[in-house]
Design a protein around this ligand. Sequence first.
Ligand SMILES: *[C@@H]1O[C@H](CO)[C@@H](O)[C@H](O)[C@H]1NC(C)=O
Ligand SMILES: *[C@@H]1O[C@H](CO)[C@@H](O)[C@H](O)[C@H]1NC(C)=O
Ligand SMILES: *[C@@H]1O[C@H](CO)[C@@H](O)[C@H](O)[C@H]1NC(C)=O
Ligand SMILES: *[C@@H]1O[C@H](CO)[C@@H](O)[C@H](O)[C@H]1NC(C)=O
Ligand SMILES: *[C@@H]1O[C@H](CO)[C@@H](O)[C@H](O)[C@H]1NC(C)=O
Ligand SMILES: *[C@@H]1O[C@H](CO)[C@@H](O)[C@H](O)[C@H]1NC(C)=O
Length: 520
Amino acid sequence: MDHTQRMGLICFMPIFFLLFSTSSAAIAAKPGVNYGQLGNNLPHPSKSVELIKSLKAGRVKIYDANPKILQALANTNIQISIMVPNEIITAMAPNQSLADEWVKTNVVPFYPKTMIRYVLVGNEILSQPDNVTWFNLVPAMRRIRKALVSHKFKKIKVGTPLAIDCLEASFPPSSGKFRSSVSESVLKPLLQFIHRTKSFFFIDVYTYFAWISDPVNIKLDYALLQPNASTYTDPVTGLLYTNMLEQMLDALYFAMKDAGYPDTRLFIAETGWPNGGDLDQIGANIYNAATYNRNAIKLFADKPARGTPFKPFVVLPSFIFALYNENQKTGLGTERHFGLLYPNGTNIYEIDLSGKTPESEFKKALPVPTNNEPYKGKLWCMAARGVNKTALAGALSFACGQGNGTCNPIQRGGKCFKPDSLYWHASYAFSSYWAQFRKSGGSCYFNGLATQTANNPSFGSCKFPSKDFGAVCKTSDSDSDCRPRTRSVVRAFDSVGLMSDSVRGPRFCLGLGPRIKIAD
Ligand SMILES: *[C@@H]1O[C@H](CO)[C@@H](O)[C@H](O)[C@H]1NC(C)=O
Ligand SMILES: *[C@@H]1O[C@H](CO)[C@@H](O)[C@H](O)[C@H]1NC(C)=O
Ligand SMILES: *[C@@H]1O[C@H](CO)[C@@H](O)[C@H](O)[C@H]1NC(C)=O
Ligand SMILES: *[C@@H]1O[C@H](CO)[C@@H](O)[C@H](O)[C@H]1NC(C)=O
Ligand SMILES: *[C@@H]1O[C@H](CO)[C@@H](O)[C@H](O)[C@H]1NC(C)=O
Ligand SMILES: *[C@@H]1O[C@H](CO)[C@@H](O)[C@H](O)[C@H]1NC(C)=O
């Protein structure tokens, strides 16, 4: 059944090919890597460039315009994407001299020895709460473009990476639509700019976040892009999907079509899968990370280009997230475990970004995953050993200030007052806070001051509150502990400052990600 639909598509191939060959001829797939730097233990830029070469990356994307990195990339074959920080977009939108200055400082000294090819303006701007910047985004992009044109830097494209939450409908993919609050005011001008300047729509896309939002109905193999996974057929178009990534990308293509720009080229600014995380985080392990990234690279590097069911044979240039595990990222444990490399430069698993190494040549067996099912059992949130005491005291009073009697047992005379130490009081407060707030978005992190444990720290009559993950997840049960937190709640905690989310790298799903039911 599905086979005939595929055949139907192939019959139309010549037409598709004519439509897209002119635009896609100019770009090679060359999978690249995102070089995030939110770690205090990362190798020097020159060492990092050696490592990037050893991964056979064709491109690298950075989240700023760090001159040391740009220098280290000079006279290499690696194309680079640099970024204008979110914070200056609003000031830049009305001010050409600010854009001129930015290009003069961050591009002119390095170009063309360093192959700067993309200047991305901001990171996931439409996922930020500050909506003033949303409306300044495209005007600031025009300023940067004008500054580049004045230097005749014709090879440098201007773009902006958005998260998949720019969509308000994505399932089935043919119903893809941009958020109505920004569709007319931001997305249409953006698409027009991309069209006029022959640039790309840069998208951060994670099947991982879609899968964890509904691991019951979305099959893991489908999210991991396994070749033998279940399939989904869009009832409107009849297009057959064999993996979650192409389904998400087609939702975006359909949204662009809906907005009047069906031929916009996509550029995958981030994709990846975490190699580790907190005890209660599902599916974050080395096996899945290696599997996803190897499969993704195979799709991207396929020749002739594979494209997606809606846009077959279109090249998908891409950056895998990320080069390193970054220990200074905030949020859940997975945020600090997206790397291809440990901070000491060692591979976490074998990977070849050029896609030229066949699976059979990866020598080391991957560790068998143990967390592909929801965690079952109890967990506590303890203070980490050897951390900054002032900061720990601050986090203790934050945790106690949130709840309703969260910290009564550690008051003088309470059952957990003794031992009267900062470590034990903070551990009680963190466990109590987390037990109360996890389901509404609280995390056991406290800027690295806290850590999860499966060992019950209770003693005598002092009982530490715990989270019980025994319950089986049900999709209908929106309040269940096994449901991931929602972003709006994360923001409520952000405003306290203690848990502010980083602006770099993967974001949490808004619950707007693709939802699918797979009948197999
Ligand atoms: C525009 O930017 C320039 C360069 O940073 C600055 O000197 C100037 O004051 C800005 N103009 C306005 C109106 O803010
Ligand atoms: C921007 O955010 C403010 C405050 O949350 C809100 O009142 C306003 O309606 C928003 N504007 C738009 C255009 O979304
Ligand atoms: C698909 O293939 C992978 C790797 O060979 C295997 O681990 C997995 O169990 C298979 N899944 C199904 C649904 O057959
Ligand atoms: C690098 O770090 C990883 C993780 O901490 C460790 O397992 C590995 O042994 C280290 N390799 C070297 C060469 O130090
Ligand atoms: C410890 O934390 C406090 C408060 O967050 C900070 O002001 C101080 O600089 C930190 N001390 C060290 C040694 O990092
Ligand atoms: C606080 O907890 C007490 C006892 O558990 C309960 O009666 C009260 O309603 C709670 N108050 C709030 C604001 O949640």
